[in-house]
Design a protein around this ligand. Structure first.
Ligand code: GAP
Length: 494
């Protein structure tokens, strides 16, 4: 067990986002009172709301906006043969090596990629590409000796010890295993699923038959996945327990190129509709394909530590279903009555990490702005510019003071709005401090009840992003909040 405190952070903006996440109840290190558990995190009271909103937005985009996509919720534990068929037992491994002086462990491909980034930064783009091409070839051939030779030839050193005193490279399987059954002699080894996709594959005929689904159709799922990441870094970017949102789209063989392109476009559009800026999103085609894919692309987001994978779109062919058919000896064919033929469908997969999506939104939302206060002094304002539809709290309701019946009036508004929205009531501290606190949580509206409210039933509504205030009748609040925070406005763009 190692402490999360030692995790290197890449730059100061990222450091600020991490501190913000902790300080304002978004993300805490797991079991922190015991100094944390490396690469495992807990979501706090505001983090869980943001994450649930992101998940709901994905879930509805898949299962509500498409009448040919349905959802399931499969178990984390599956029959161990599942992972033999999927290829994870044989080949879900990372090539690792240790530096003998610092005793630090590294992923060979990540050491080489970092080296090529440095070459590019020094104007040696051509050389960098040569090294990357060579690395990809060696990875494809599983030539571990060749990979080590390349690391040595490129004079790559351990950033901690500064030496090139490397062990040989070995493959480490990333699956966590545990025992099923209480008695040691009867127990069998099973795995915590490293991807949610297999729960979909093994249920595809159950869903197809019971739902009378016709190809093309999709099955969506949100759930936990586990990987014993050897090099776990960058806060919640690479975790050992994380959540995936995956959708397998079952299609006729031969149509995979067309559907792959369609889902590539659809998914990028989705990220933009949720407010991630186009310039911070890019595609990255895979050179080295996973064992199951005939084409694959990542949607990368520009995190403070660079463009990195947030979602993968994979053309998985009929690999998984065919392998399950072989090992289970149960037919996985679909009868297509349009063409009177039986066949094993091909599959296009979209797979986004809920935690990486959360991190992308948090990093994107974190805003520091110079402003001028009422006395003309320059002041820095920090706020989370989250899309209102995913913000943890939709509106905060404040009485201006704690007397003259203002709290009662404000509480009445709170009691009314809470039936439709996640809202909060606050009467402690000055109104300025209360605004600041809600800005830090990303709450899009603050509603203040003052003495005028008692006379004419109007309140001030203060907007997070512009700090502009306007006076609105209480009767207009529900429609206003509904319009600004509804997911409908996202869905209309898709
Ligand atoms: N079923 C395909 C699959 O699992 P993947 O590219 O290994 O493909 C899909 O993972 C997504 O899951 C990634 O794009 C990423 O968002 C998320 N993910 C993978 N490993 C992760 C980890 N260790 N921590 C957090 N998210 C992870």
């Amino acid at each position: 067990m190692s402490s999360t405190k030692t995790a290197p952070v890449e730059n100061s903006v990222f450091q600020k986002v991490i501190s913000h996440a902790k300080e304002y109840g978004f993300v805490f290190p797991s079991s922190e009172i015991y100094d944390g558990l490396a690469a495992v995190y807990d979501y706090g009271q505001n983090g869980v709301e943001l994450k649930n909103n992101l998940k709901m937005c994905w879930w509805k985009s898949m299962t509500q906006l498409h009448d040919n996509i349905v959802g399931i919720d499969a178990a984390i534990l599956m029959h161990p043969k599942t992972w033999v068929a999927s290829g994870h037992v044989a080949s879900f491994a990372d090539p690792m090596l240790d530096n003998k002086d610092s005793k630090k462990r590294y992923r060979a491909d990540q050491l080489l990629e970092k080296h090529t980034d440095e070459l590019k930064a020094n104007g040696q783009a051509e050389k960098a590409q040569q090294v990357l091409d060579e690395m990809n070839k060696l990875l494809t051939d599983n030539d571990l000796k060749g990979l080590l030779d390349l690391i040595i030839a490129e004079k790559i050193k351990c950033p901690l010890s500064g030496t090139a005193n490397w062990t040989e490279i070995r493959q480490f399987n990333l699956m966590f295993s545990t025992q099923l059954g209480a008695m040691a002699e009867e127990a069998s080894e099973i795995y915590l699923r490293p991807e949610t996709a297999q729960g979909i594959f093994v249920n595809y005929l159950n869903v197809q038959k019971t739902g009378r689904m016709k190809l093309p159709f999709g099955i969506a799922q949100i759930g936990k996945a586990f990987r014993n990441e050897i090099v776990a870094r960058q806060f919640i970017f690479r975790m050992r327990e994380f959540e995936q949102m995956e959708m397998q789209f079952f299609i006729q063989p031969g149509t995979q190129k067309e559907w792959y392109e369609k889902w590539k476009t659809t998914r990028l559009k989705w990220h933009k509709a949720l407010g991630l800026p186009a310039e911070k999103l890019q595609y990255h085609d895979h050179v080295k394909l996973a064992h199951y894919a005939d084409a694959a692309v990542d949607i990368e987001f520009e995190f403070p530590f660079g463009f990195k994978e947030m979602e993968g779109i994979h053309s998985r062919t009929d690999f998984d279903l065919t392998e399950h058919e072989k090992l289970s000896k149960k037919k996985q064919q679909y009868y297509d009555n349009d063409i009177n033929k039986n066949y094993v469908p091909y599959v296009i997969e979209t797979s986004v990490g809920a935690d990486r999506l959360f991190l992308a939104h948090l990093c994107n939302a974190y805003t520091e702005e110079q402003g001028v206060d009422a006395d003309g002094n320059t002041k820095e304002r920090i706020f989370l510019k989250l899309h209102p539809a995913v913000a943890p709290i939709k509106a905060a309701i404040f009485p201006l003071t704690k007397k003259d019946g203002l709290p009662e009036k404000a509480m009445k508004i709170f009691d009314d709005l809470k039936l439709d929205f996640k809202v909060t009531y606050e009467e402690k501290d000055s109104i300025g401090k209360r605004y600041t606190r809600q800005d830090l949580l990303g709450t899009p509206f603050c509603i203040t009840v003052d003495h005028q409210t008692l006379e004419d039933d109007t309140v001030t509504v203060r907007y997070r992003d512009t700090v502009v205030q306007e006076r609105l009748p209480i009767s207009a609040l529900r429609a206003k909040i509904e319009h600004e925070t509804s997911m409908k406005r996202i869905f209309e763009q898709l």
